[in-house]
Design a protein around this ligand. Structure first.
Ligand SMILES: C[S@@+](CC[C@H](N)C(=O)[O-])C[C@H]1O[C@@H](n2cnc3c(N)ncnc32)[C@H](O)[C@@H]1O
Length: 241
């Protein structure tokens, strides 16, 4: 972790996860590629820039790993979730963001990997497209659980089950989460713990964790986003101090 209490490692999550000793982390909090964004495989196969943005050439950079079909995505999630569990302490919480299409597969993968699935919290974005005769898809979900037993006596306060935050206005990542949302979610971790985000993107989880007094390690495949995350975290921390 060098002299800082955070780090962004650039590379493939599954490969880097295998390098961590057993029981390194106090929590895994992450937002993986959903491999969603369409009803058919050809819709899923589109670039993330066109699936998740209507900003054309001004969209943030596209990212990889978002075109797997249902079986492949579920298997891959079970693999990285199992490695993340091995690298976590007994009792560590896990939180995984997901949308409505992939919610059933996400809860399967989490349990195949050996985590205990304990619930699904809601991120209410509020501002999604209205659809005549249909419910709005205005929420994403946080599938959460633990690495074995999770005693009520843990020194962590009561946490909400619904988080209401609009999407960030000036996004630097196509699927960036609101910083305050991540500051709230990381609080499932015991104070001062070490949080892992294997899919760091622009570093929102890592910045939120450090701002809340945790240590944090992120992994990000894209060199571009790994650098964006480092710069963004440095800037966010200097603005706060
Ligand atoms: C949904 S985004 C995370 C966005 C992040 N929560 C934020 O607020 O910026 C998922 C990220 O995972 C990265 N990714 C995709 N495949 C990966 C892999 N195999 N290993 C590590 N990172 C990967 C993508 O480049 C993308 O930035």
């Amino acid at each position: 972790m060098s002299d800082k209490n955070w780090n962004i490692l650039q590379g493939d999550a599954l490969t880097i996860l295998q390098s961590f000793p057993n029981g390194t982390f106090d929590a895994v909090i992450t937002d993986p590629p959903y491999a969603s964004g369409g009803r058919t495989q050809s819709e899923k196969n589109r670039s993330t820039a066109s699936k998740y943005s209507n900003m054309g050439n001004n969209a943030p950079p596209a990212f990889d790993g978002d075109a797997k079909d249902q079986r492949s995505w579920t298997r891959w999630c079970a693999e990285w979730l199992a490695e993340a569990r091995r690298a976590s302490k007994p009792g560590a919480p896990v939180c995984m963001f997901i949308d409505w299409r992939q919610l059933p597969a996400a809860t399967d993968a989490l349990q195949w990997a050996g985590w205990i699935w304990r619930g699904t919290a809601v991120w209410d974005k509020g501002n999604s497209r209205p659809q005549k005769g249909r419910f709005r898809q205005q929420s994403e979900y946080i599938v959460w659980g633990s690495n074995g037993d999770m005693p009520i006596s843990r020194p962590v306060p009561c946490l909400p089950g619904v988080f209401k935050y609009g999407n960030p206005q000036k996004r630097i990542h196509l699927t960036e989460k609101p910083l305050q949302l991540m500051r709230d979610v990381v609080k499932i971790t015991e104070a001062g713990g070490h949080i892992l985000d294997p899919f760091a993107g622009s570093g929102t989880t890592i910045l939120g964790a450090v701002l809340e007094g945790y240590e944090a390690t992120g992994i990000e495949l894209s060199e571009t986003y790994a650098q964006i995350a480092r710069d963004r975290i440095e800037q966010g921390l200097s603005e706060e101090s």
